[in-house]
Design a protein around this ligand. Structure first.
Ligand SMILES: [Fe+2]
Length: 317
C-alpha cells in the first residue's frame, strides 16, 4: 500500500535544447519532444522552456486506487487541494509550486547488467585480462532517475506535505530535523528536503552501474565543461551512496550515484532521528564518509537570487 515509485520529473530551463543535448551525450535517449529516457525507462526527464531553472512536475506512482483517496484525505487536512481523475491524483506542492502527480502503477524494472570482474585483496575475480573499465569502448549510460532534492526555508510545511501528506516514508531525519531523507522505493532516498534561504530545486540524481561508470560519466562532463565540478567522488553517510556532483548546463546540480542503501523492511531499518552525532563522528563532516568537503554552493547555489526573484514574481515565497 502507498507510494511505490519515482517515475519522472519535468524541469523548466531557459535553454531546453542545450540540456537535452547534454544528456544525450551522457547516453540518455531522446524518446519524444523534450523527453529523455534510459535503456529501460522511456520517460525519466522531461525538459521544457522556462525563464529560470526549476522543477515543474514530480511524477510518483502508488500501488492501488485507494491510495489516491488516502493521499487526498491527508493532503486535505494540510489544506492542499487535490484532483483525482481516473487513476491519477494531481496537486500543487504548497512550498515549491511544482505539480505533483501520483499515478497507480510502478516504475519499469531495470535490466541487471553483468557485474564487472574485479580483483581484491585476498581474492581474484579477474586473471589474465585487463579490467573491463580499461577495455570498454563505450561509456555506461545512466540507468534511471534515482532521487530529487529540494532546499527551502519552509522546512516544516515542505516536510509535512511530502511525508505526512503524500506519504513518502522517512529513512533518516538528521541535524535536528533540518534534513529529512525519504523514499518511495527501496532506495534510502528518492526525495530529500533540506534547508536553504530560498526554495529551490537543489539536485537530481541518476543511478549508475558502478563507480567506474560514475568516473567515466563525470570525467566526460568535465572534459567539455571544466568548471562543472561541484563535489566528488565520495561516499555519503546518509544513504551510503558513492557520489559525484556536477553542474548541468542550466546550472542545476546533477549527481551520478551508485551503491545506495536499500530498505525493504521498514521495521528492520535503524532509522536515525538525530541519535547519532554524524557531525562529530571521527571528525568527519555529515556530508561524506570520504571525499572532498562540499562547497558552500552545494547547499546555496550561486543563482539563488535569480530563482528567488522569479519565485517572487510568480507569487511564491
Ligand atoms: Fe543526492
Amino acid at each position: 500500500m502507498g507510494l511505490n515509485g519515482l517515475l519522472d520529473i519535468e524541469m523548466a530551463v531557459p535553454e531546453p535544447e542545450e540540456l537535452m543535448a547534454f544528456w544525450e551525450r551522457r547516453g540518455l535517449r531522446r524518446t519524444g519532444d523534450g523527453v529523455l529516457g534510459t535503456e529501460d525507462r522511456p520517460v525519466q526527464l522531461r525538459i521544457v522552456e522556462g525563464t529560470h531553472r526549476h522543477l515543474t512536475d514530480l511524477h510518483l506512482s502508488c500501488e492501488a486506487e485507494r491510495d489516491l483517496a488516502d493521499i487526498a484525505g491527508r493532503l486535505h487536512l494540510l489544506g492542499v487541494d487535490t484532483v483525482i481523475a481516473g487513476t491519477e491524483l494531481t496537486c500543487i506542492d504548497p512550498v515549491f509550486g511544482h505539480r505533483v502527480h501520483v499515478e497507480v502503477g510502478a516504475p519499469i524494472p531495470l535490466t541487471a547488467h553483468a557485474e564487472r570482474d574485479r580483483n581484491r585483496a585476498g581474492g581474484t575475480g579477474r586473471v589474465g585480462t585487463r579490467a573491463d573499465a580499461v577495455l570498454a569502448t563505450e561509456p555506461r549510460a545512466p540507468r534511471r532517475l534515482g532521487h530529487v532534492v529540494l532546499g527551502t526555508p519552509h522546512l516544516e510545511k515542505a516536510t509535512a506535505f511530502m511525508f505526512e501528506g503524500l506519504g513518502v516514508r522517512i529513512s533518516d531525519q538528521v541535524l535536528g530535523g533540518l534534513a529529512t531523507f525519504g523514499r518511495v522505493e527501496a532506495d534510502h532516498h528518492n526525495l530529500l528536503i533540506q534547508p536553504c534561504t530560498v526554495s529551490h530545486f537543489n539536485h537530481y540524481a541518476l543511478e549508475m552501474d558502478d563507480i567506474d561508470a560514475i568516473g567515466v560519466a563525470g570525467a566526460a562532463v568535465l572534459a567539455e565543461r571544466p568548471d562543472a565540478d561541484v563535489v566528488g567522488i565520495g561516499r555519503h553517510f546518509l544513504g551510503s551512496n558513492v557520489f559525484w556532483y556536477l553542474q548541468d548546463p542550466s546550472g542545476t546540480t546533477i549527481e551520478f550515484f551508485t551503491d545506495m542503501d536499500q530498505i525493504l523492511d521498514d521495521e528492520a531499518w535503524d532509522r536515525d532521528f538525530g541519535r547519532r552525532d554524524w557531525e562529530g563522528a571521527d571528525g568527519h563532516a555529515p556530508f561524506a564518509v570520504w571525499g572532498p568537503k562540499e562547497p558552500e554552493t552545494f547547499f546555496m547555489p550561486v543563482d539563488l537570487d535569480v530563482i528567488g526573484a522569479a519565485r517572487e514574481a510568480a507569487g511564491l515565497d
